[in-house]
Design a protein around this ligand. Structure first.
Ligand code: PMV
Length: 304
């Protein structure tokens, strides 16, 4: 089905390059199976109904916290009609790191597009969601809205998307820290370190990771994920809780593990090729009381 006919936005994980991407460096991102679906109904007031399922006990998204982003996007689309907006998810959502705000904006833009017969293209949907994302955290790289709009796995650099063709899917475990991320705050803290960012080390990791994906060399990929996590620790994007999750995953046999997304809370990702290893790592993390989601990268619900 064409993604323009549905009201969905895809969740994503950043495999390499969160934060560095804000400063124009390339990142590698993949859509995940998690998606948001939105419906909109014209009304005489605004309302947001969050019917998404949650992986841990994260509080629902409220109109108060999302109205700036949504109304900025609606104004951009010339929709001045108050709306009742409902969002739901196909899978339980973690506390952050999947780009759910962008996925919701894309889903809402698509719902508005269908409701008001706007005839928007994917590029226009992506642009509208970016307008909303700017309200969330000022200087978004655009990676979340791009993944939410197009899906698939791709390199993202300075607003441009270049698809990565994978030989096979990649099994991973996503681990929810249960701590809601304040993306704006982490991005602002990292900005204070801008002059001291380990940019050349990151660029080297990126180009080796890109190569490893092309060769489907998952051993190398895992080691590079570990190295990327070390850089994220250096720029204060990690936390004790995330570092602990990453260590448990590695000790349980994951080929690599890192935080994904803005960090400090939200999600970590562990590379676990093969269903047996994926189950083993997920079970170990569950035994530590952590909520997990076994999924695979490279399978796109929205991709085209
Ligand atoms: O936490 P998420 O999934 O919204 O990811 C944020 C990614 C950052 O690189 C930290 C910010 C950005 O705009 O790219």
């Amino acid at each position: 089905m064409s993604s323009l006919l549905c009201n969905k936005g895809s969740g994503k994980i950043i495999l390499f390059g969160e934060h560095f991407v804000v400063y124009g460096m390339p990142a590698i991102v993949s859509a995940v199976e998690h998606a948001i679906e939105a419906t909109v109904h014209p009304n005489n007031s605004y309302k947001l109904i969050d019917n998404t399922k949650k992986l841990s006990n994260t509080t629902p998204i409220t109109w108060a916290e999302s109205k700036q982003a949504i109304t900025a996007m609606l104004t951009h689309l010339n929709i001045n009609n108050p709306l009742h907006i409902t969002i739901k998810s196909n899978l339980a959502l973690p506390s952050g790191g999947l780009g759910i705000s962008a996925a919701s904006l894309v889903a809402i833009a698509r719902a508005v597009n269908n409701c008001f017969f706007l005839g928007l293209t994917n590029e226009q949907i992506n642009e509208a969601a970016y307008v909303g994302e700017k309200e969330h955290h000022g200087t978004p790289s655009g990676i979340d809205n791009t993944a939410a709009t197009y899906g698939g796995m791709f390199v993202f650099e300075r607003g441009k998307r270049k698809t990565i063709g994978l030989r096979n899917n990649i099994d991973v475990v996503l681990i929810d820290s249960g701590i809601r991320v304040n993306t704006k705050e982490v991005v602002a803290d990292v900005k204070k370190l801008e002059a001291a960012l380990p940019s050349s080390q990151y660029k080297k990791i990126f180009s080796q990771a890109h190569d490893a994906l092309h060769k489907y060399d998952l051993k190398a990929l895992g080691e590079l994920m570990n190295e990327n996590h070390t850089l994220l620790q250096q720029i204060t994007a990690s936390s004790n809780i995330i570092d602990n999750i990453v260590s448990i995953a590695r000790d349980a046999g994951a080929w690599g593990a890192k935080l994904t997304g803005a960090g400090r809370g939200g999600l970590a990702i562990a590379l676990t090729p093969g269903k047996a290893l994926q189950t083993q790592v997920a079970q170990t993390l569950k035994n530590h009381g952590l909520a997990t989601c076994a999924t695979s990268l490279g399978t796109s619900v929205m991709g085209r």
